[in-house]
Design a protein around this ligand. Structure first.
Ligand code: PHE
Length: 448
């Protein structure tokens, strides 16, 4: 056995750790709320099953075949005349943009664990003031928690795949699942639970519009950490002989279940307190803390549990964004892991500071370009352009460029010839087209 590789269960927890993040516990509930519930959930589930899962299997296939950093993976697996395909490995650079705003949010969450334990806001108005004050004025607090977030992330990566990433996920992921299970058991007893169930699962087709479809495809990619070689890189550290289809399906199911459970928890609590779901991004940082306050000491316990779960989910994702670049420097540039980690982390950290400062009143005017500040630009460029681009590259590479024997040999023994053909069809036609439409829509070229 290779000493610095994941075990099977270690890989499943780490890849699930990457997938389960802000996308599941923060974003999924609020976009579900904004998009009317049931229909959106249904479309989301369909895209995860039909497109997300296939591309996920594609990324695991690439990594576990080459056992190399992402650039070398594309290089090794492309036929001679297509050598320039190795450059698609550079999609790991998307990580710089993602991590720089993701870590800012991780910092907010760390702060909210403390707020939950010590001083929950007593009304929605107060909660809004607190959150806005943190974002716009309290630069010191933000930088403190942001720096802390970076230390945790960089320390983990510096210890390597097994001692760092696997250990972190082996502890945080089961704990996260236990916390969510406790919160779910609590929510089931609330009067708002049945309303939450019907809000999420009874589709009202009048509310269907094609923009939810595009949103669902984009979110399926984001939540499964696809399109920026994160999964390729994790799979590169997977021991040989693992059934990659079974592992991928397990991870996708875990990711989807956790999104749904988080939605049920949040909506049950919200509906029981008579609040509305369509409040947007402030749902978790504004509405929820105020509702927790109303519940007295039980609320404090729930709030600490909830923000701790969110922190764990976000940290395991943030770690996975850093690994592709570090692995590249270690393998291709022969840098020591510690040095590679801390140099890359420092660059990510500095870039992220601009995102952080761009939300503050003091610096926003210097850090706003056109219609968006730096924070929103990073979010937009990565979600609208770079991640979809990475997704298309993987789908096209696996579907057209790479020798079919590689994928056939890896997949047919597990899924049979017929399902293999379905998978190939999705990689060649459905996924690239769907991702392309997402891209055009997010860039505003077409509007559904
Ligand atoms: N999947 C993570 C989430 O849902 C985000 C992420 C995207 C992580 C890309 C790594 C790579 O929060």
């Amino acid at each position: 056995m290779h000493t610095n590789r994941f075990t099977r269960i270690g890989f499943i927890l780490a890849a699930a750790g990457s997938a389960v993040g802000l996308g599941n516990i923060w974003k999924f509930p609020y976009i579900t709320g904004e998009n009317g519930g049931g229909v959106f959930v249904l479309i989301y589930l369909a895209t995860v099953v039909f497109i997300g899962m296939s591309v996920f299997i594609g990324e695991v296939l690439l990594g576990s075949n080459a056992h190399k950093d992402a650039v070398s993976t594309f290089e090794t697996l492309s036929p001679k005349k297509y050598k320039y395909w190795k450059y698609s490995g550079f999609t790991f650079l998307t990580g710089v943009l993602i991590l720089s705003f993701y870590a800012v949010v991780v910092g907010w969450i760390f702060h909210y664990v403390v707020v939950a334990a010590t001083a929950l806001p007593s009304s929605v108005q107060e909660a809004e003031n607190h959150f806005m004050n943190l974002l716009q004025k309290d630069i010191g607090t933000q930088i403190f928690y942001y720096t802390l977030a970076f230390f945790v992330i960089a320390y983990t990566i510096s210890r390597g795949v097994k001692k760092g990433i696997e250990t972190l996920n082996n502890i945080l992921m089961p704990t996260l699942i236990v916390i969510l299970a406790i919160l779910l058991i609590y929510s089931v007893q609330l009067e708002g639970f049945s309303k939450a169930l019907s809000f999420m699962f009874s589709p009202d087709f009048d509310k269907f519009d094609s923009s939810s479809l595009i949103l669902a495809v984009g979110h399926a990619f984001f939540t499964l950490s696809l399109g920026m070689v994160t999964i390729v890189t994790y799979a590169a550290s997977l021991d040989k002989g693992v059934n990659i289809v079974k592992a991928s399906i397990t991870i996708v199911i875990m990711d989807t279940l956790i999104a749904i459970v988080s939605g049920l928890i949040i909506f049950s609590i919200l509906f029981s307190a008579g609040q509305e779901p369509g409040k947007g991004a402030g749902l978790v940082f504004i509405t929820l803390p105020a509702v927790f306050f109303e519940m007295g000491s039980m609320g404090i316990f729930l709030a600490v549990a909830f923000f701790t779960a969110l922190a764990f989910a976000a940290v395991t994702s943030a770690v996975s964004v850093l690994e592709p670049t570090v692995m590249y420097l270690v393998e291709r540039k022969k840098m020591k892991r510690k040095k590679a980690t801390y140099s890359v982390a420092l660059i990510f950290y500095v870039v992220g500071l601009f995102a952080l400062l761009s939300n503050t009143t003091e610096f926003s005017s210097f850090l706003t370009f056109g219609s968006k500040n730096v924070f929103d630009w990073f979010d937009f460029i990565s979600a609208a352009i770079l991640m979809p681009l990475g997704g298309i590259l993987v789908a096209i590479f696996v579907g057209y460029i790479m020798d079919k024997e590689v994928s056939r040999k890896a997949l047919v023994p597990h899924i049979g010839e017929n399902l293999y053909q379905v998978w190939l069809f999705i990689m060649r036609f459905v996924a690239p087209l769907a991702i392309f439409l997402v891209m055009l829509n997010e860039m505003g070229v077409i509007q559904f």
